[in-house]
Design a protein around this ligand. Structure first.
Ligand code: SF4
Ligand code: SF4
Length: 700
C-alpha cells in the first residue's frame, strides 16, 4: 500500500451523491438550438470563423483560439449558424457574453475525422498541438487550456509525478465517479498518453474511498499499466489541486506557486478522457458528462450532453419541477454559483446542474457577529486565517488581505460551512479578489500610460539636446571657416561686417514679422508680393535713362514715319514743318540721353550689361536712320505734279490699308481706339478721293 498524507482542515458535509448514481450515463440527445459561448475557459475568448447561415458539421471548427492561452470551439452537432450575439451564460458574474448560436438539423452529421495510428510516433510538440486543436480545457475547475498546462515542462525530467485527479469531493456531483465506473479504459489510456508526453517518473490516479465501484474498474483497467491507483480517505476538499498533491506526495505547493514548482502536473479525469478521444479517435471536445441532480427533479442522473445544450433541455429530461426550485446552481452546493436562468448553455466546465428545493438547500439565515470561535481557521484546507481576512475584506484593506495570502484561498467554502455565525465568508473573499484584480488592471493601465509619457518626455529631451549639439557644431564650423579665410589684412573686418549685416537682416526680418503680428496670412502675403513688385519695378537712375532713351527712339521712328507719309500725302507745309521740328528735337533729346547714359555705363567696365549697350546701339541706329531719311528726302529730284499725286495716292492707299487692319484688330479686342480709327479711315478715304479727283482733272 502506498503511503498517503493528510492536509490541514477540511470538512465532511453530507455527500448526497447516491441520487444521481441510480442509472448509467444517459445520452441527452440533440436540442433544437445550441449556444456556444466564445469564452468557456481561462484566457482570451475564441474568435468566430463561421458566418450567419453557414451550414456546419458536427466537430467542425466554429471559433479559433485567439492567443496562446485560449482554446478553439467546435460545433457539437450539424446545423445552421443562426446568430453570433450576446446571450446569457453560466458565469459567477451573471453577465451575458458573446456566443455562436446553432440551429441543429437533427442529422448529427460528423465532419470527416480520424485519430493518429500510433501517438508514440509523434513528437511531444505535435501531440500538444493536436490537444490544443481539439479545444480541450480543464473540465473539473476553471477551464485552464490543457495543452498549456502540459507544455509547462521545459526540461526533460523536471516533472517527477503526473497526477490524474479522480477526486470528486463536492457533494451531489457524480460525473467523474460514473465516468470512472463506465469508461475506466479510456481514462487509463488517456493517462498513458499524458505520461508519454510528460515522461514523469510515476503516474498516480488519486481517488477517494467513497467510490468503490470506480476504484474496482480503474484497477482492472490499469492492471497492465504503469498508472497507479491511489485510494485515500474521503474528506472535502480533497479534490483541490494543492490538497490532492499533498495527500498523494506529502509535498506542499508554495504560496503563489504552481504544481510544476514541486515537479508535479495534474489533470482532471474528464480532460484525460477528452485527450484520449482527441488523439485516438480524432474527436474535438464537443460533449461531456454532466450530473443533473437536486430534489426539484424526478430522476436525477448523469447525462452525456452536447456542449451548447440549454440547461432547461437537460432538466426537462430529468423531470424538472420548476415550481419546487427557487434557484438553479451550476456546480455543487459548496463551490457552485447561481445561474441567471434555465436557458444558459452547458459548457466545458459544467460538471453539475443542481436544482434543489428550498428545504433541501435553504437560503442561509442572516449573518451574526463573529464570535471568534476559530472554527473557520480549523476548517481551512489552505491553512489561512479566514476570520482576519473577513475583517480586512470588510474594511477593504487589500494590502493586508494579500499579505494574508488571500489568493491561496481556493474558495472551497469550508469556512462558511462551519461558521456558527452564518457569515458568508467565501463571498467576501471572492468579492475582494475581484476588486483587487480590477485594481491591478487599472494600475497596469496607468503604469503603461506613465511609461509612455516618460518615454515621450525622454525622447523630446534627446531631440532637443541633439538639435542644440547640431547648432553648436554649425557655429563652430562657421567660426573655423571665418578664421581660415581671414588670411589677409582687413578680411576679418569684412567677415565681421558680413556677420553684422546678417544680424541686421535677421533683426529686420524679426521686426517685420513682429509688426505683422496677428495679421491675416493672406494679407501679409499680398503685402509682401506688392513690396517685392514695387522693389522689382523701381528703376535705378541708369535704367530710368535707358528707358527714356528707348521711348525717345520709338517716338523718333514714329515721327519719321509720319513725316514721310505726310510728305507723300501732300500734307500742308506747316504740318510737315512741325514734324520735321519734332524729329530734330527728338534727335537732340536722344543725344542728351546717350550722354547721360555714358556717365553710368563705362563701356570698358566688366559690369556693363549687354542690354545697356544694345539699347544705346538701337537708339543710335534709329537716329542715324532718321537723319539719313531726312538727307534722302532733301536730296531727291523734284517730281512732276502727276508723279507727286500718284505717289501721294500710293501712300494714302497704303495708310488706308494699315488703318483698316488696325481697326479690325481694335474691334476684335474691343479697344477704345475704334472710334478714332473710324475717323482716321474717313479722313484718309476723303483724302484719297481728293487725289483721284485731282488726277482726273489733270487728265493724261
Ligand atoms: S467561524 Fe465564524 S464566528 Fe467563528 S471565528 Fe470564524 S468567522 Fe468568526
Ligand atoms: S474558502 Fe478559502 S478561506 Fe475558506 S476555508 Fe476555503 S480556502 Fe480557506
Amino acid at each position: 500500500m502506498r503511503k498517503v498524507w493528510d492536509f490541514h482542515g477540511g470538512i465532511h458535509p453530507p455527500e448526497n451523491k447516491h441520487q444521481s448514481l441510480q442509472t448509467p450515463i444517459q445520452q441527452a440527445g440533440i436540442p433544437a438550438e445550441l449556444t456556444f459561448p466564445l469564452s468557456q475557459h481561462i484566457g482570451a475568448p475564441a474568435e468566430p470563423v463561421v458566418t450567419l447561415g453557414e451550414h456546419v458539421l458536427k466537430g467542425q471548427l466554429i471559433a479559433t483560439a485567439d492567443g496562446f492561452i485560449s482554446v478553439p470551439k467546435h460545433a457539437s452537432t450539424s446545423g445552421i449558424i443562426t446568430a453570433v450575439e450576446e446571450r446569457p451564460i453560466a458565469h459567477a458574474s451573471g453577465l451575458p457574453a458573446d456566443c455562436i448560436v446553432l440551429e441543429s438539423d437533427g442529422k448529427d452529421e460528423w465532419i470527416e475525422h480520424s485519430g493518429v495510428a500510433d501517438y508514440r510516433q509523434l513528437k511531444k510538440s505535435g501531440l500538444l498541438q493536436l490537444i490544443r486543436d481539439a479545444g480541450i480545457a480543464g473540465m473539473g475547475g476553471a477551464g485552464f487550456p490543457a495543452a498549456v498546462k502540459l507544455g509547462v515542462n521545459p526540461e526533460k525530467g523536471s516533472i517527477r509525478t503526473l497526477i490524474i485527479n479522480g477526486t470528486e469531493c463536492e457533494p451531489y456531483i457524480t460525473a467523474d465517479d460514473i465516468l470512472m465506473r463506465e469508461r475506466a479504459d479510456e481514462i487509463i489510456r488517456g493517462a498513458e498518453i499524458l505520461a508519454h508526453i510528460i515522461e514523469p517518473e510515476e503516474t498516480l490516479l488519486g481517488v477517494e474511498d467513497n467510490k468503490p465501484e470506480a476504484i474496482a474498474e480503474l484497477r482492472r483497467a490499469a492492471a497492465s499499466s504503469a498508472v497507479e491507483i491511489v485510494v485515500f480517505p474521503t474528506k472535502y476538499p480533497s479534490g483541490g489541486e494543492k490538497q490532492l498533491i499533498e495527500i498523494l506526495t506529502g509535498k506542499q505547493v508554495p504560496s503563489g506557486g504552481l504544481p510544476a514548482d514541486v515537479g508535479i502536473v495534474c489533470q482532471n479525469i474528464g480532460s484525460t478522457v477528452a485527450i484520449y478521444r482527441a488523439l485516438v479517435h480524432g474527436e474535438p471536445l464537443i460533449s461531456r458528462i454532466t450530473t443533473v441532480t437536486g430534489a426539484a427533479l424526478q430522476q436525477p442522473q448523469n447525462f452525456e450532453v452536447l456542449l451548447g445544450t440549454p440547461m432547461r433541455y437537460l432538466l426537462e429530461q430529468a423531470g424538472y419541477d420548476q415550481g419546487k426550485n427557487p434557484r438553479l446552481i451550476m456546480g455543487g452546493p459548496m463551490m457552485g454559483f447561481e445561474v441567471p436562468g434555465a436557458d444558459v448553455p452547458i459548457v466545458k466546465t459544467t460538471n453539475c446542474v443542481l436544482a434543489p428545493t428550498a428545504a433541501e438547500l435553504p437560503t442561509p439565515p442572516p449573518a451574526q457577529a463573529c464570535i471568534r470561535c476559530g472554527l473557520c481557521a480549523e476548517a481551512c484546507p489552505a491553512s489561512l486565517l479566514p476570520q482576519q481576512m473577513y475583517w480586512f475584506a470588510q474594511g477593504k484593506e487589500f494590502e493586508k488581505l494579500e499579505t494574508h495570502n488571500l489568493f491561496d484561498c481556493i474558495e472551497c467554502g469550508a469556512c462558511s460551512y462551519v461558521c456558527p455565525s452564518n457569515i458568508p465568508l467565501v463571498q467576501y473573499y471572492r468579492a475582494s479578489k475581484a476588486e483587487i484584480m480590477q485594481l491591478r488592471r487599472e494600475h497596469a493601465r496607468s503604469e503603461h500610460s506613465r511609461t509612455r509619457f516618460e518615454g515621450r518626455q525622454e525622447r523630446l529631451q534627446q531631440e532637443a539636446t541633439a538639435r542644440e549639439a547640431q547648432r553648436a557644431a554649425r557655429k563652430t564650423a562657421v567660426e573655423k571657416r571665418a578664421r581660415q579665410t581671414a588670411a589677409g589684412d582687413g578680411e576679418q573686418d569684412l567677415i565681421q561686417a558680413a556677420i553684422e549685416r546678417a544680424r541686421a537682416r535677421k533683426a529686420g526680418k524679426l521686426l517685420t514679422e513682429t509688426a505683422a503680428g496677428n495679421a491675416d496670412p493672406a494679407e501679409a502675403a499680398i503685402e509682401k508680393a506688392k513690396a517685392a513688385r514695387a522693389h522689382a519695378s523701381a528703376p535705378s537712375p541708369e535704367e530710368k535713362t535707358r528707358q527714356t532713351l528707348n521711348k525717345l527712339c520709338e517716338r523718333l521712328a514714329k515721327s519719321e514715319q509720319k513725316l514721310v507719309e505726310s510728305r507723300a500725302s501732300g500734307a500742308q507745309d506747316k504740318v510737315i514743318e512741325a514734324l520735321e521740328a519734332t524729329v530734330v528735337k527728338l534727335g537732340e533729346k536722344i543725344t542728351a540721353a546717350e550722354t547721360e547714359l555714358a556717365t553710368y555705363t563705362d563701356a570698358s567696365a566688366p559690369g556693363s550689361a549687354p542690354s545697356d549697350t544694345a539699347a544705346v546701339d538701337t537708339a543710335q541706329a534709329a537716329i542715324e536712320k532718321a537723319r539719313a531719311r531726312q538727307a534722302d528726302a532733301a536730296a531727291a529730284p523734284p517730281l512732276s505734279p502727276r508723279e507727286q499725286l500718284q505717289k501721294n495716292h500710293e501712300a494714302v492707299e497704303k495708310r488706308l490699308q494699315t488703318v483698316t487692319s488696325k481697326l479690325a484688330e481694335a474691334e476684335q479686342e474691343g479697344s477704345d481706339t475704334v472710334d478714332a480709327l473710324h475717323k482716321s479711315i474717313e479722313k484718309l478715304s476723303a483724302k484719297k478721293q481728293q487725289i483721284e479727283t485731282a488726277l482726273r482733272e489733270l487728265g493724261d
